[in-house]
Design a protein around this ligand. Sequence first.
Ligand SMILES: C[S@@+](CC[C@H](N)C(=O)[O-])C[C@H]1O[C@@H](n2cnc3c(N)ncnc32)[C@H](O)[C@@H]1O
Length: 243
Amino acid sequence: MENASIHFRNRAAKYNHSSNWVEDQTLIRRIYELSGAGPDALVLDIATGTGLIAREFFGKVKKVVGLDISPEMAQYAEGCMDEIVFAPVEELPFPNDSFDAVVCRQGLQFARLDKAIPEIYRVLKPGGTVVLCHLTAYGTSDRELAFAIQKLRNPARRNYLMPSDMSTALKNQGFQNVADLEYVTEESVNKWIDNGAIPRENMDAIRDLYRSADEEFKRIHNIRFTSDDILDDMLLVLATGRK
Ligand SMILES: C[S@@+](CC[C@H](N)C(=O)[O-])C[C@H]1O[C@@H](n2cnc3c(N)ncnc32)[C@H](O)[C@@H]1O
């Protein structure tokens, strides 16, 4: 497994255009709405990256703090949040009961979940809300190939997720009112794999995997081959809960 800090150092410059979901304002707004954060809320955006999620909260809540391990990603987050903190999600440098909402989009696939979820619970105030948004496979029929593709696209990935994995982890931690919301994002494979951090052979191997995919995978992902690209309807799951 590659080191996530090195991976995102190489990706930082291209990150904001490295998929359709990255820049999807409807998705970003949905995360904000699900958090329930009002003008008095203290909000933590975990794995804030270039600050695209924090930016949605900035100015609408009392304070939004971004947390990440990558200073290179943070260079692009200027003006998106009230404060940035460099630390891993596995060891959050905040006292117990600090935040009204904790959000994280596409960060926990790189983290130790057995440490990250208890930390999120610890820093949330009683009654506070968590919103986790992550790419998953659809089910048992597509997971093998979906995970192989994800691994080639991001060798720093630690967790390969099924739709209910995050909500199960939240329930096991003691979160209440846990729910999942599915969100399908149409991705251009050319755009998604040109992330600045993987070699040409990984990109070619990903295209080969799509071309040789079985019919069931192609049906589930609504795969379309255009003259110069491949389109894949990927699944994101938004898991929410209350402490
Ligand atoms: C795919 S980006 C997501 C950025 C942002 N949340 C978004 O949705 O655009 C993943 C981010 O997770 C950060 N990251 C990886 N492992 C981490 C960890 N253990 N603790 C905190 N951040 C981490 C990376 O540095 C990177 O900025």
